[in-house]
Write a protein that binds this ligand. Structure first.
Ligand SMILES: O=C(O)CCC(=O)C(=O)O
Ligand SMILES: [Fe+2]
Length: 205
């Protein structure tokens, strides 16, 4: 962790790098992500309790995150049975530059937030080793990101994430509770269809 850039902002140990990607880098990454979605279409996961999540998702990498009546887990294939496509080089380059790690992520989870989609407060804890950080990239409409504590409940702090922002949950903040309250529709012109894409890069094994 020696050669790392300094975050623009740190909230409860979560490091935020505002505007890490400029407009042309965002457009190039979006084009790469369209190829990911063409190979591994977005699906709307069901929870163990039979409720549909409001986000649609897919993944790239050796593992993808899936959820269904059996529960949630990392899986080697898309629900259709096809292999997950590789993580685009443009995405890995952000991981390399911001984390400074030699180990690369096994999974790039892609969440698509359309109209009214949100994500409840949770921890990212399906990975084997919490010493590796989770890195998140936001593209498209602005989102209200809420940060809680390592334990459930308590007070929270919220901030708006803009298109091109990068965030790292690592170290003492690796298991902090977090969620997306809402997305501000029409706040970005990046994605022609509207909405927001969030990528999270994870070392799974
Ligand atoms: O959309 C975001 O910014 C957060 C996504 C998230 O927390 C997750 O996929 O685990
Ligand atoms: Fe998360």
């Amino acid at each position: 962790m020696s050669n790392r850039p300094a975050p623009g902002l740190v909230v409860r140990g979560v490091e935020i790098f505002p505007g890490w990607l400029d407009a042309s880098a965002q457009r190039a990454m979006l084009a790469d992500l369209r190829e990911v979605v063409a190979a591994a279409p977005l699906f709307q996961p069901e929870t163990r309790w039979g409720r549909r999540m409001s986000v649609r998702m897919t993944s790239a990498g050796r593992f993808g995150w899936v959820s269904d009546r059996r529960g949630y887990r990392y899986a080697p294939c898309h629900p259709s049975g096809v292999a997950w496509p590789p993580i685009p080089a443009s995405v890995l380059a952000v991981w390399d530059a911001v984390t400074g790690l030699d180990r690369r992520p096994d999974c790039c989870l892609l969440n698509y937030y359309g109209d009214g989609a949100r994500m409840g407060m949770h921890q990212d804890r399906d990975e084997a080793d919490f010493r590796w950080p989770v890195l998140s990239i936001s593209l498209g409409d602005q989102a209200r990101f809420r940060i809680g504590h390592l334990t459930r409940g308590g007070d929270t702090e919220s901030l708006w994430l803009d298109s091109g922002d990068v965030l790292v949950m690592g170290g003492s903040a690796r298991l902090v509770h977090h969620g997306i309250d809402r997305v501000r529709a029409g706040s970005s012109a990046l994605i022609a269809e509207g909405g927001r894409i969030n990528l999270t890069l994870r070392v799974v094994e």
